[in-house]
Design a protein around this ligand. Structure first.
Ligand SMILES: *Cc1c(COP(=O)(O)O)cnc(C)c1O
Length: 334
């Protein structure tokens, strides 16, 4: 592997902690479970996009950009964190949001409220089947006419540059595993735009680690998600000069926990969010980590892990969205 020649900004001090979830393991009668607290990463309310942005924003600054443009759902954690990074760096930030089925509500709470609080320069709402990239390019063009320079970040920050953040995370996990003498057999993570899973896979490969990564889908079916992640692993491997062919078997995604669709609640998600809150006092979110934990619980119940396995659950963040759906978690649902 070539040394990674990408610039990096730093938005978190030190490593995120890895904590043992003994009460959860006991409640499930499962393998040993630990959690990597990437919900405690830096920038506003943390989460996985912070690691990707360390490389993406460094690239933007290197290219002389003064405005970040990105896109996502109305409750996008990625949009909140991109805006937060822009604030930190003294850059402007414009967002393209896709209109939800229920219609765009300018008073939506959660991340949407934070977009305004953190001071986004502009929000452009487009229909859910609209072309986000085209909308971002239009904004960039308008800025250019004003003599400004935009840097476009794709959905979820998932390209080869963003994935470097999760290669670095794999490195961090390996180092923590080494220090505590606890190698992990599996890392379980939510997978959406794919950069988190792809970066982890490339990072463990670069380390010749035997840790396997299991992605729990939050949208797409298994075949499309695996193809998407594989393409990104290959692209990232090329950027860093990782040698050797990357086989499709390197990518494993599970699609039984998506439910009716992206961000649509499921009973399993509600159970998972409640179980983690009540056994460990840790908050998950309804869109990503709740479904990923539902996946981990489901796989444990199916007997997919051996008792002596050590599983690391990656907490990718997202808690602001929890407060947009209080009705899901009221006692009446029990
Ligand atoms: C974006 C996001 C994910 C998914 O990560 P990808 O790299 O897009 O696959 C998981 N959890 C949270 C909280 C997110 O915001």
């Amino acid at each position: 592997m070539k040394p990674i020649r990408y610039e990096r900004r730093k938005y978190t001090t030190g490593n995120t902690p890895i904590e043992r979830l003994d009460r959860l393991s006991e409640a499930l009668g499962g393998p040993t479970i630990s959690i990597k607290r990437d919900d405690l990463l830096g920038l506003t309310a943390g989460g996985n996009k912070t690691r990707k942005l360390e490389y993406l924003v460094a690239d933007a600054i290197k290219q002389g950009a003064n405005t970040l443009i990105t896109c996502g759902a109305v409750q996008s954690n990625h949009c909140r964190l991109t805006l937060s990074a822009a604030v930190r760096e003294g850059l402007a930030c414009q967002l393209v949001l896709s209109e939800p089925e229920t219609g765009y509500n300018p008073l939506a709470s959660g991340n949407h409220l934070l977009f305004h609080l953190l001071g986004t320069e502009k929000i452009k709402v487009i229909p859910s089947d609209g072309d986000m990239l085209a909308a971002m390019e239009e904004l960039a063009q308008a800025l250019k006419q004003d003599g400004r320079k935009a840097y476009l970040i794709p959905v979820g920050g998932s390209n080869e540059v963003g994935s470097l953040g999760y290669m670095a995370c794999a490195e961090e996990i390996e180092q923590q595993a080494w220090e505590t003498g606890t190698p992990y057999d599996y890392v379980v993570t939510a997978t959406g735009s794919g950069g988190t899973q792809a970066g982890l896979i490339a990072g463990f490969m670069a380390r010749q680690s035997s840790t396997k990564v299991i992605g729990i889908n939050v949208s797409r079916d298994r075949a499309s998600q695996e193809a998407k992640v594989l393409e990104l692993v290959r692209g990232t491997a090329e950027v860093v000069g990782l040698e050797g062919e990357i086989l499709p078997s390197a990518v494993q995604c599970e699609d039984q926990y998506v439910g009716p669709g992206y961000a649509v609640p499921t009973d399993e998600m509600i159970e998972a969010v409640q179980l983690l809150a009540r056994t460990e006092g840790i908050l998950l979110d309804p869109v990503y980590t709740g479904k990923a934990m539902a996946g981990l619980i489901g796989m444990i119940r199916e007997g997919r892990f051996a008792k002596e396995d050590h599983v690391l659950f990656l907490h990718t963040g997202g808690s602001p969205a929890l407060y947009t759906a209080p009705h899901l978690f009221l006692p009446a649902k029990n």
